[in-house]
Ligand binder design. Structure first.
Ligand code: GRF
Length: 199
């Protein structure tokens, strides 16, 4: 049985799209399937992408203590939670219930340029302001420590002298779309191996 994925997104949803496309393209040996896309923003374009792909969608209150989100994840029997541009903090009760099963992507080489408030253009502006020669992509497990969970994958991206936050963001995003679906696939495969050996 493929692992059942929930993708949480607050915005545009291009990583969600890359994940949907990736698992469609390897359909015959599918190890995971996006069964739910949920957002704290009812008008998130990610929800439209999901609906277009005939995936169930849900809106939840990103400011509550996690009760709503946890109920959703349990209702859909979610194995793995994938954050793709989800801008709220995941409440502790969800982190503890899904320990080791929540992953996030960050558009820089963590532990540099991460932490609370570091998202979107701010990350790339900070990289350029620091004069860094390279940036990149980090996929990591989510724990209570913001942007500090164990790192699963990283990929470097050069910073050009002429870069603006926009041009750097675009270069990094292209790499995100390659790295994230493959890392999600790897985590799902490991999860399945683990459940086979423990049963
Ligand atoms: C990405 O840059 C991701 O690294 C960050 O938020 C952005 C989401 O973009 N966490 P999209 O909504 O997937 O297009």
């Amino acid at each position: 049985m493929p692992s059942r994925l929930a993708v949480l997104a607050s915005g545009r949803g291009s990583n969600l799209q890359a994940i949907i496309d990736h698992f469609d393209n390897i359909a015959r040996e599918r190890v995971a399937k996006v069964v739910l896309v949920a957002s704290n923003r009812a008008d998130s374009p990610a929800l439209i992408r999901a609906a277009t792909a005939s995936i169930d969608i849900a809106h939840f209150d990103g400011a509550d203590d996690g009760t709503q989100l946890l109920a959703l994840l349990q209702k859909f029997r979610i194995d793995l939670v994938v954050l793709a541009g989800y801008l709220k903090r995941i409440p502790s009760k969800v982190i503890h219930e899904y320990a080791g099963r929540i992953i996030n992507i960050h558009p820089a080489l963590l532990p540099a340029f991460g932490g609370e408030g570091m998202y979107g253009a701010r990350v790339h502006e900070a990289v350029i302001a620091a004069g860094a020669k390279e940036s990149g992509v980090t996929v990591h497990l989510v724990d209570d420590d913001y942007d500090r969970g164990p790192i699963l994958a990283q990929w470097r991206v050069p910073v050009e002298k002429s870069d603006t936050a926009e041009s750097l963001a675009a270069r990094v995003l292209n790499v995100e779309h390659i790295v994230y679906p493959r890392t999600v696939e790897m985590v799902a495969m490991l999860q399945q191996l683990e459940s086979k050996t423990s049963s």
